[in-house]
Design a protein around this ligand. Structure first.
Ligand SMILES: [Fe+2]
Length: 284
């Protein structure tokens, strides 16, 4: 377990996605991604890496429509594998399945590959490089995008076969499209006390708590003031942020309220929306 994904960090642990066709998505997430189904209803499937803890929930809404272009919402969610060898096993598996990888990179802090699910939701699968090699300077971390050594990573898998996601796989970070970086920074950094780790060419921010390279990426690559997705569109419904305890969650909720952001409480839990209407569940 990563120390950046437990108390006292504030981290992502679940995501809910709206999908066009539940069966099609279930097939993709189990056969290609290696998740286990732990709950299943007519229009809802809950997926887990370890068979116990929910990680990704798929929901088919009424009259679903494909994701329209140039909206805010999910850029990708990122699945953190426990080791480089696990990344090699996944790479070998996905090549054998013939599913397209859309990119891969060495980021200085991690090695990552990228794909799109069947509804065009972005997924990153990565492993963290030992943090002693991270390029830290004054509470910032320099991340790079360089070619990935696929050959070396896949060589680690040897003759072994992928057996699905390892039990200690977690959601490592999330990367969102937003309509305005200053507004996003105010919400996440002032409201929720995330630290700014890296700013990229005035088009993306990487933020975290507890010194991680990033728990959240934010970009304006879908355009300044991009509108949110319609409610029945494929895409992210919400992601969850885990707080160390009820007092800290309450303190952050009060911060958000003071800054003018809405808190929504209903039987499903406590939620807020960032300024680009990305819905966030605030959990313990
Ligand atoms: Fe990412």
């Amino acid at each position: 377990m990563s120390k950046y994904h437990e108390s006292p960090s504030i981290y992502i642990d679940e995501i809910e996605l709206r999908v066009l066709n539940l069966n099609r998505s279930k097939e993709f997430y189990t056969k290609i991604m290696g998740f286990k189904v732990i709950e299943e209803e007519e229009k809802r499937v809950v997926l887990s890496a370890d068979g116990v803890k929910p990680m990704v929930t798929l929901v088919e809404p009424e009259n679903p429509i494909p994701k329209p272009p140039r909206r805010t919402g999910l850029y990708h969610f990122a699945i953190l594998l426990p080791s480089r060898k696990d990344l090699g096993l996944f790479l070998k598996h996905i090549r054998e399945m013939g599913y397209p990888i859309v990119g891969g990179a060495y980021h200085g802090v991690s090695e990552a590959v990228y794909l799109q699910d069947v509804d065009d939701n972005g997924i990153e699968i990565y492993r963290d490089i030992d943090e002693k090699h991270w390029d830290r300077k004054n509470n910032q971390i320099n991340m790079v995008t360089e070619p990935l050594d696929y050959k070396a990573i896949m060589a680690l898998a040897g003759e072994e076969k992928w057996q699905g996601l390892p039990e200690d796989t977690i959601l490592g970070h999330i990367h969102l499209h937003v309509g305005d970086l200053d507004q996003a920074k105010r919400f996440y950094c002032e409201g929720l006390s995330f630290d700014l780790i890296m700013s990229m060419a005035n088009s993306a921010l990487f933020i975290s708590t507890g010194g991680y390279h990033h728990h959240i990426g934010l970009n304006i690559w879908h355009g300044k003031n991009a509108p949110p997705l319609p409610d029945n569109s494929a895409g992210m419904k919400y992601f969850s942020l885990v707080f160390p305890n009820a007092e800290i969650r309450e303190e952050k909720i009060n911060n958000l309220k003071k800054l003018g952001y809405k808190i929504i409480e209903d039987e499903a839990g406590i939620f807020t929306k960032d300024p680009s209407e990305n819905l966030i569940k605030l959990v313990l």
